[in-house]
Design a protein around this ligand. Sequence first.
Ligand code: RB5
Length: 150
Amino acid sequence: MIAIACDHGGFELKKAIKEYLTSQNIAFIDMGCEDASSVDYPIYAEKVAKAIQSGECDRGILLCGTGIGIGIAANKFKGIRAAVCTDCFTAEATREHNDANVLCMGGRVVGAGLAVKITETFLQTPFTGGERHVRRISQIRKIEETGSAL
Ligand code: RB5
């Protein structure tokens, strides 16, 4: 199950991503916003982050003007590894190396066609695993727990 949300800057892009998910029979929950009126992106980052933390959803997609603000907010939540992607290479790499669980994109940065391809790549690419990647993700968890990777 995918949790998807946006602010006004990502509202149009969200429509395109939802169309893609629907066409692929990929289940999702749209956590807002509901139209292109100005809203505060941290609120939508929190909705998606909490849906993942609770286990209601496995992955998230967050869209704002750049993908950056909503990604910064999402990464404040424990267990969230949100990655801003502007191309398929970074989408693939962040799944393989970082086991990213939230994809962030910017409605003012990427067009709908590319955003759909990035989404497809992100959702289809497995985590590579392997000792070094697992170790580094454990270090990120340790930062969350103790304030240090060491
Ligand atoms: C909203 O104007 C804009 O600041 C927001 O969508 C996002 O780009 C922030 O990072």
